[in-house]
Design a protein around this ligand. Structure first.
Ligand code: ADP
Ligand code: MG
Ligand code: ZN
Length: 512
């Protein structure tokens, strides 16, 4: 076992070179924390960020004699997720104990589902950057519970090695998790990293639409483990499917969409170098190192790892009847991809405009802004322009910026009414983001309103004419284009806050 501190830097090969010789195969395991009010098998709360060990009880601490009860609302979410992924829902399935020792798992076993998962055999169609679709085959989705969290204090790596002491927080222990596992995904070729990223993004959108989870990768409520293997490329592409799969590695807890793509790409280049050097790939878990952009070796993990699974004796089997399942099918949301197409049509956006919105995760925000009365084009302009840039620069999600769809609609209305122009609108937005209040409030507090009152404008126009007699003469001689210089002078004097259209009219009125 190696740790990050002494991990050797491994050789990698040029990506395109690897792809000439090998066919990558992906397997994606996504864990999603459900946003149920209570835990999977007890009544403890699930709020993120609570004081350590304040959301615990004898059940989720695994104290002797404590008996678990299944959370019906978690089962409901699991079934809805399964249905949205076009899976079969099992009419009868037991929980199982997955036995292993780890300090953040106080029961010494994880209550999970093993050979009787709630949902099996589905698929999710994933749209790629070029507009084409890749169908990701889903093996299963099963219910389980999350572990607690360890914090290793002292030492430089945050790992247990070299730490002075460790702290354990059991608040997360027992939070409902759904693990969604794909079949081995072949045929992606050079687009394997993109498919991996696009799949996790599509799954996130779907889970968000189902309203079953926060799906916050940075907070760990959506986590992805990426399995990657390479197999030799067949001479005849149609024979590729009969080439046996290579040995896979499993890169753990890759916690952003971009990292999913990078980690898969890195593994392909690392495994390619190994294989071409005549070495074998070790089946192991690996860790994604965000800062270095590499994966490092974790523990060796064989398929035959003995978790001593056995059916959970303290819980009744989950046996959803057909009526319940059909009722839940009726609650499924419009699939995100279809919804996007519909909105694109309603809003009259081009494919490119729509893709920018989606990439900026701005669709819902634009929808909400339009609902507040803004024109779709104005809503799009602010969210995928100025605000997306700001979110990027601050390293936060668009939705986390301190500005609401109502603020953006108000800003758009001010521009629409001619009370501010685009340049001033940017300053207003800055004020809103700085916590100075709503756009209206910022405009009046900072005195930003465009001046369109003829008295003030007329006086400024007269001053500009007086100061630029040659320009004025040109306009009198019929060179209307020269008006720009006078308008510019007025705008400068009024610090950009003049109604440019009215200034132009006044200049021409006076000089014709
Ligand atoms: P584990 O218990 O090791 O996590 P799982 O069955 O939960 O195993 O998940 C393994 C994932 O890897 C699945 O998505 C599976 O389809 C995928 N997989 C299996 N074999 C390969 C392979 N040779 N190459 C790439 N992915 C694979
Ligand atoms: Mg797994
Ligand atoms: Zn509890």
């Amino acid at each position: 076992m190696t740790t990050h501190a002494n991990a050797r830097v491994e050789d990698v090969l040029d990506y395109d070179e690897v792809l000439e010789q090998f066919d990558p195969v992906l397997g994606l395991e996504v864990h999603v924390e459900l946003s149920t009010r209570t835990k999977m098998f007890c009544g403890c709360g699930t709020a993120f960020g609570a004081e350590p060990n304040t959301q615990v009880c004898p059940v989720c601490l695994g104290l002797p004699g404590a008996l678990p009860v299944v959370n019906a609302s978690a089962v409901e979410s699991a079934i809805r997720i399964g249905l949205a992924l076009h899976c079969d829902i099992t009419p009868w399935g037991r929980f199982a104990r997955k036995n292993y020792f780890y300090p953040d798992m106080p029961k010494n076993f994880q209550t999970s589902q093993y050979d009787e998962p709630i949902a099996t055999n589905g698929y999710l169609d994933v749209e790629l950057d070029d507009g084409s679709t890749y169908r990701v085959q889903i093996e299963r989705a099963h219910m389980e519970e999350d572990t607690g969290k360890s914090l290793h204090v002292g030492g430089s790596t945050g790992r247990i090695h070299g730490a002075d002491y460790s702290l354990v927080d059991y608040n997360r222990a027992g939070i409902p998790l759904i693990e969604i596992v794909t079949k081995p995904l072949a045929g992606t070729g050079e687009r394997a990293p993109e498919v991996a990223r696009a799949y996790v993004a599509a799954l996130r959108d779907l889970l968000r639409a189902l309203d079953v989870s926060d799906v916050r990768m940075e907070q760990g409520s959506l986590r992805c483990d990426a399995n990657v293997s390479l197999r030799p490329k067949a001479q005849d592409p149609s024979a590729q499917d009969s080439v046996p799969l290579g040995t896979r590695t499993e890169t753990k807890n890759v916690n952003s969409l971009r990292s999913v793509e990078r980690a898969v790409r890195y593994e392909i280049t690392r495994q390619g170098a190994r294989l071409l050097a005549g070495e074998r790939i070790v089946q192991e878990t690996r860790h994604w190192q965000e800062n270095d952009g590499v994966t490092t070796s974790g523990r060796e993990k064989s398929d035959a790892e003995d978790y001593r699974y056995f059916p959970e004796p303290d819980l009744v089997p989950v046996a959803p009847d057909a009526d319940w399942v059909e009722r839940l099918r009726g609650t499924l949301p419009e699939p995100p991809a279809e919804r996007r197409k519909r909105l694109q049509q309603d809003w009259g956006f081009t494919d490119l405009e729509m893709r920018d919105l989606v990439n900026a995760s701005a669709t819902e925000l634009v929808e909400a802004t339009v609902a507040e009365g803004a024109a779709p084009s104005a809503a799009r302009k602010w969210w995928s322009g100025e605000l997306a840039r700001r979110a990027n620069a601050d390293g936060v999600e668009l939705g986390a910026l301190p500005v609401t769809p109502a603020d953006v609609a108000e800003l758009a209305a001010l521009v629409e009414a001619g009370r501010i122009n685009d340049t001033i609108a940017r300053q207003v937005l800055e004020g809103v983001l700085a916590g100075e209040g709503s756009p209206e409030q910022v405009v009046s507090a900072r005195g930003l309103e465009v001046v369109s009152d003829d008295g003030a404008l007329g006086a400024a126009v007269d001053r500009a004419i007086e100061a630029n007699p040659d320009v004025a003469q040109k306009i009198r001689d019929g060179k209307v284009a020269a008006a720009g210089a006078l308008i510019g002078a007025v705008m400068k004097e009024m610090r950009g806050q003049a109604d440019a259209g009215r200034v132009r009219e006044l200049v021409l009125e006076r000089l014709s």
